[in-house]
Ligand binder design. Structure first.
Ligand SMILES: [Zn+2]
Length: 184
């Protein structure tokens, strides 16, 4: 798959689903289009190759991460995906390994979620490295809507804000968020 003129529509469509209401929709879409144009330099229609590791991710996340990783490369910052989309079977194995490592499901859940709760299985999360690149992405990623989401995982990022606006506060860990979501 190659991203061409669809970069803008992927990003702005995602923004519309996340935040569109009468007050902010127009602003958000305009911001998304300007962000993608500036970041890719693709106003002339030049194709942008998806970044390694984005296969299987939600298209909006794949595009946003690709734009961020292009900018990181331009700035000489090392950044790569260590884990993106995971299969159900992969997540189940990680879950079993985590229970063994942490001693109980309750302890494991802070670090690895069961397959049915994991954003990686849905294609909605990327883990990145090295630490330098993750720090850069934490500082700059909101330009593309990318945010670090958990205080205990410096490597884990999701699409969590409108491009160009601040990221929401981090959750303490994945278990806290999953429990909160399950109650609503
Ligand atoms: Zn993760």
């Amino acid at each position: 798959m190659r991203f061409t003129g669809t970069v803008k529509s992927f990003v702005s469509a995602r923004v519309r689903t996340v935040v569109c209401n009468a007050a902010v929709c127009g602003v958000a879409v305009a911001a998304a289009v300007s962000v993608s144009t500036v970041a890719t330099g693709a106003a002339d229609g030049a194709p942008t190759e998806p970044a390694p590791g984005t296969s299987g991710l939600d298209p909006a996340l794949a595009v946003s991460y690709t734009l961020a990783s292009n900018e990181a490369r331009a700035q000489g910052v090392p950044l790569w995906i260590t884990s993106g989309k995971r299969s159900d079977a992969q997540q189940r194995q990680l879950w079993r390994d985590a229970i063994a490592a942490y001693g109980s499901p309750e302890a494991a859940r802070r670090w690895v979620l069961p397959a049915e709760e994991s954003p990686h299985v849905r294609g909605d999360a990327v883990d990145v490295g090295p630490r330098e690149g993750a720090s850069w992405l934490e500082a700059k990623g909101n330009r593309w809507g990318l945010c670090r989401t958990f205080m205990n995982e410096w490597w884990h990022f999701e699409l969590a804000t409108t491009p160009g606006t601040p990221c929401p506060p981090m959750w303490p860990d994945a278990a806290v968020r999953a429990d909160r979501l399950a109650r609503h």
